[in-house]
Design a protein around this ligand. Structure first.
Ligand SMILES: *Cc1c(COP(=O)(O)O)cnc(C)c1O
Length: 420
C-alpha cells in the first residue's frame, strides 16, 4: 500500500465491484461528486430507485384500488417481494424474515414477544452508550413491566482508558448475571466506535444462561456477513437507510428464529396484516397468525418505501454479500493506512482511531480528534469530503464497498495532508 493516486486508481481498476458505483447518485461539491463516507448514516440513492417508485405511482394512477391485485407486483403481496433478498442478506430462512414498520417500532414489537420479565429473571444486558433510541426503548419496556431501569438494565462499559468492549468481558458479564438475565440485547456494530460484536459467541453464552438474545443490526445489515439462523439468534431488527441505501426513514427488517416464528403461541401484538393470509379478507373475529415472521405484521405494506428498498436489495443480490465483504476488508484497511500514514506526514493532525481492528469491525473507522476536531472536519467538508461528526469529538468514516472507491480514500488522504 502507498498514498499515491496511482496506487488507488490501480486498486479501483482491479475491483470487481467497481461498476456498482455508477448505479448511484453522488451529491456534488463545487460541481464535482463528493467523496461520500456517510453511508452508515444515510446511504446514497440508487439510480433505479426512482424507476421503482414511478412504477408504483403509475400503478396507483392507472388502477386505483385495483393495484392491490394486479400489475407486476400487486400491493397485497408487496412485502413478500422483499422477504427472500432480505433473508439472504442476514443469513436467515425466508419464513424467519419480514420487512415492516421502522426500526424502533420493531424493537418494541419484538420486546413485547421476547422480553417477558419475571420476579427472578428480569434483567437486560446491553452495551453502555448504545444508540439513544435503543436506550429509550429498553428503558420504557422495563418500566412498562413495572421494573426499575437502574436495577433491570445492566450496561457494559469498556475498561478504563479503552473505547471498545473486550469480547471476553461481554461473555463474562453474561455469566455473572446469568440466572437474572431475561434478555441480552446488543447492536451488531456499535454506531459510535464501529466495534463489531461476536454475535455467535454472545448468542451461545446467553442461551447457556437461559436468556434470550436480540440484536439491533442497524449498522450491521449490508455491512457484515451474518448467519442469524445458524447462530441461533432469537430475534433481530435493522433499518434500511444506512448501508442498505433505501432512503430516509425507509422500512425496517425483522428476523425471528423459526423456533419462535412458527409457534402460534409466541405472544405478540396483532394486526390484520399478520393474520393468516388466506382468511385476512374474511374480516372475522379471532386472530390466527400467519406462520413465520410475517405473523408479526400489523398494517398493510407502505408500498412506496418498500419499492425503494426493493430497488436497493436487488443491487445487494447482484453484488453478493461475500464479494462486498472482500472489498470492504480491503477498502477499510486502505482507509486505516491512509489515516495513520497521513497523520505521520502532517504534524497538524493528532487523532486516535478508536475502532478495533479486524475481525472486530466492519466498514467504519471512528477517529477521536481531540480539540482540533471541529476545524479538521470543516476542512474536510470544504474539500468535498462528506464525513460525519459525532459529539463530542469523533469523526466517523464509512468506506462503503457498494459505491466507494479507493480513489475516494485517496482524496480523503490528500485532504488530510493539506490540513494546516
Ligand atoms: C440508526 C439507528 C436507529 C434508528 O432508529 P429508527 O427507528 O430507524 O429511527 C436505531 N438504533 C440504532 C442502533 C441505530 O443505529
Amino acid at each position: 500500500m502507498n498514498l499515491s493516486r496511482a496506487y488507488a486508481l490501480e486498486a479501483d481498476a482491479k475491483d470487481p465491484l467497481a461498476a456498482f458505483r455508477n448505479q448511484f447518485f453522488f451529491p456534488k461539491h463545487q460541481g464535482e461528486p463528493v467523496a461520500y463516507f456517510c453511508g452508515n448514516s444515510l446511504g446514497l440513492q440508487p439510480v433505479q430507485t426512482g424507476h421503482y417508485l414511478k412504477e408504483e405511482l403509475d400503478q396507483w394512477a392507472q388502477h386505483g384500488v385495483e393495484g392491490h391485485f394486479n400489475g407486476t407486483r400487486p400491493w397485497f403481496h408487496y412485502h413478500k417481494f422483499l422477504t427472500e433478498p432480505a433473508a439472504r442478506l442476514v443469513g436467515a430462512k425466508p419464513l424467519e424474515v419480514v420487512v415492516m414498520n421502522n426500526l424502533t417500532v420493531n424493537l418494541h414489537l419484538l420486546m413485547v414477544s421476547f422480553y417477558r420479565p419475571t420476579a427472578g429473571r428480569f434483567k437486560i444486558l446491553m452495551e453502555a452508550a448504545a444508540f439513544p433510541s435503543d436506550m429509550y426503548a429498553v428503558e420504557s419496556q422495563v418500566r412498562f413491566h413495572g421494573f426499575n431501569p437502574d436495577e433491570a438494565i445492566v450496561e457494559l462499559k469498556p475498561r478504563e482508558g479503552e473505547y471498545a468492549l473486550r469480547p471476553d468481558d461481554i461473555l463474562e458479564a453474561i455469566g455473572e448475571h446469568g440466572p437474572a438475565l431475561s434478555l441480552v440485547f446488543f447492536s451488531g456494530v456499535q454506531y459510535y466506535t464501529g466495534q463489531a460484536f461476536d454475535l455467535k459467541a454472545i448468542t451461545k453464552a446467553a442461551h447457556e444462561q437461559g436468556a434470550l438474545v436480540g440484536f439491533d443490526l442497524a449498522h450491521a445489515a449490508g455491512n457484515l456477513r451474518l448467519s442469524l439462523h445458524d447462530w441461533g439468534v432469537d430475534f433481530a431488527a435493522w433499518c434500511s437507510y444506512k448501508y442498505l441505501n433505501s432512503g430516509p426513514g425507509g422500512v425496517s427488517g425483522v428476523f425471528i428464529h423459526e423456533r419462535h416464528a412458527l409457534n402460534p403461541d409466541t405472544p405478540r401484538f396483532a394486526g390484520w396484516w399478520g393474520h393468516k393470509e388466506d382468511e385476512r379478507f374474511l374480516m372475522q373475529k379471532g386472530y390466527i397468525p400467519e406462520p413465520g415472521a410475517a405473523g408479526w405484521q400489523l398494517s398493510n405494506a407502505p408500498v412506496l418505501s418498500m419499492a425503494a428498498h426493493l430497488a436497493s436489495l436487488e443491487l445487494f443480490d447482484q453484488a453478493g454479500m461475500e464479494a462486498l465483504w472482500q472489498k470492504s476488508e480491503q477498502l477499510t484497511a486502505y482507509l486505516e493506512y491512509t489515516l495513520l500514514e497521513s497523520a505521520r506526514q502532517n504534524e497538524r493532525l493528532s487523532f486516535n482511531i478508536i475502532t478495533p481492528p479486524l475481525p472486530h469491525r466492519g466498514a467504519q473507522i471512528s477517529v477521536l480528534c481531540g480539540s482540533g476536531g471541529r476545524a479538521l472536519f470543516q476542512h474536510l467538508s470544504e474539500q468535498g469530503i462528506v464525513a460525519d461528526w459525532r459529539e463530542p469529538d469523533v469523526i466517523r468514516l464509512a468506506p462503503v464497498p457498494m459505491y466507494n472507491s479507493f480513489d475516494d480514500v485517496y482524496r480523503l488522504g490528500a485532504a488530510l495532508r493539506s490540513f494546516v
